[in-house]
Design a protein around this ligand. Structure first.
Ligand code: PLP
Length: 385
């Protein structure tokens, strides 16, 4: 059975060119980038090159790139690191942030000493952060910190980060965006987004797991989460994972240079997929607003998402139910709750996230298989009720 991978928002397969770039740094070029000898110099040069590749891909200078162990660490570094260099105040985040933004922000509000106040921007029923509510909350709370993701990992809905940044800056706030699901799918330029900090992660863009970056405005004050030898300008100590960082650099360069080609390849697949799903009676979340082309978050009423995912897996299709990036936290999707989706329908949510290797034939097979499984499940429930 040929297996069809449709879960690219969870993670992606390493690109061959990225693997090729990484391999020398796992064996022959194994030096510690802090060493003064030639092994160290080779490793340091590789990190410098990767820093430039990441910086070029998002239009910043290399000094603005801080390497971390993942998007989760980068988001924590912003929330906790920025908060620790300020007096306790208000923090505003959107209600649909990934848990690695949501939870450190909540933790700030639960600190025993000097707790912060947290509030959340609501979304409309399409999953777009509501700009009118943003304006009102910003004026009321005058937050010190704001974080709004660029693209939601479940719905693929694109947020209007630059407008929110304008409003946040007008109130004197520092603003961050988690661009982990946006970079490689839509154009991402740090200065166009007008944020003070932005998160990227390698494994969502055909790079390795365990490598990411927090891009920062040079004037942003941050306290490190990890103290030690003072790596990454003192902001993230620890011997650099050279191979992973090389992979992140290569993946960023590739993602940027292939953006148009990737979109052109994936858009017709998404269109075919959604036409087929709608014909089956599916609800597609966020369909009315701008979304990235690779993501389709849908529900077939009365077909439980978890059940469909298991059946599809057995039939050779890897898709995700609900909040798949955090299936360690099962339960109803907080994103669908923020969109005021009926909990009964939310239980039916399934996410397909397409990637560069998917084909129209795979999508057509997926539609036929889903239709067959849905008919079987409906038939079974009609005889058991
Ligand atoms: C929107 C978003 N932010 C952050 C992360 C975390 O990134 P990482 O897996 O690199 O820690 C993810 C991944 O699931 C994500 O989808």
């Amino acid at each position: 059975m040929e297996f069809n991978y449709f879960d690219h928002n969870a993670t992606t397969r390493l690109d061959d060119a990225v693997l090729e770039a990484i391999l020398p740094y796992l064996q022959q070029n194994f030096g510690n980038a802090s060493s003064r000898h030639s092994y160290g110099i080779t490793a340091r040069r590789a990190i410098d090159k990767a820093r430039k590749q990441v910086a070029d891909a998002v239009g910043v200078q290399p000094v603005q790139v801080i390497f971390t162990s993942g998007g989760s660490e980068a988001n924590n570094l912003f929330i906790r690191g920025a908060a620790d260099s300020l007096k306790p105040a208000n923090i505003l985040i959107s209600a649909i942030e990934h848990p690695c933004v949501l939870k450190p922000a909540l933790a700030l509000s639960k600190r025993m000493t000097d707790p912060w106040n947290i509030n959340m921007f609501p979304t409309n029923t399409s999953g777009q952060v509501d700009l009118e509510a943003v304006e009102k909350l910003l004026q009321r709370d005058k937050p010190a910190l704001v974080s709004v993701m660029l693209v939601n990992n479940e719905t693929g809905v694109i947020q209007n980060v630059s407008s929110i940044a304008d409003m946040a800056r007008a109130q004197g706030a520092i603003i961050h965006t988690d661009a982990v699901q946006g970079f490689g799918k839509i154009p991402v330029d740090f200065s166009v987004l007008k944020v003070h900090a932005m998160t990227l992660s390698a494994h969502k863009i055909y790079g390795p797991k365990g490598a990411a970056a927090l891009i920062i405005d040079k004037r942003l004050m941050l306290r490190p989460l990890i103290y030690g030898g003072g790596h990454e300008n003192g902001l993230r100590s620890g011997t650099e994972n050279v191979a992973a960082i090389v992979g992140l650099g290569a993946a960023c360069e590739l993602a940027q240079s292939r953006l148009d080609e990737t979109t052109k390849h994936i858009l017709p697949l998404q269109e075919h997929l959604e036409k087929g799903l709608l014909a089956m009676g599916a609800v597609i979340f966020g369909a009315e607003v701008p979304r990235v082309t690779n993501t389709c978050y849908f529900a077939l009423p009365d077909i439980e998402g978890d059940t469909l995912v298991v059946k599809l897996d057995k039939a050779g299709f890897a898709v995700a139910a609900g909040a798949a990036c955090s299936s360690v936290n099962p339960g109803q999707s907080h994103v669908l709750a923020a969109m005021q989706v009926d909990p009964m329908l939310a239980r039916c949510a399934v996410r397909v996230s397409l990637g560069r290797s998917n084909t129209l034939t795979q999508v057509e097979d997926f539609l036929q298989t889903t239709q067959r499984i849905a008919a079987e499940l409906r038939h079974m429930s009609s005889i058991t009720v």
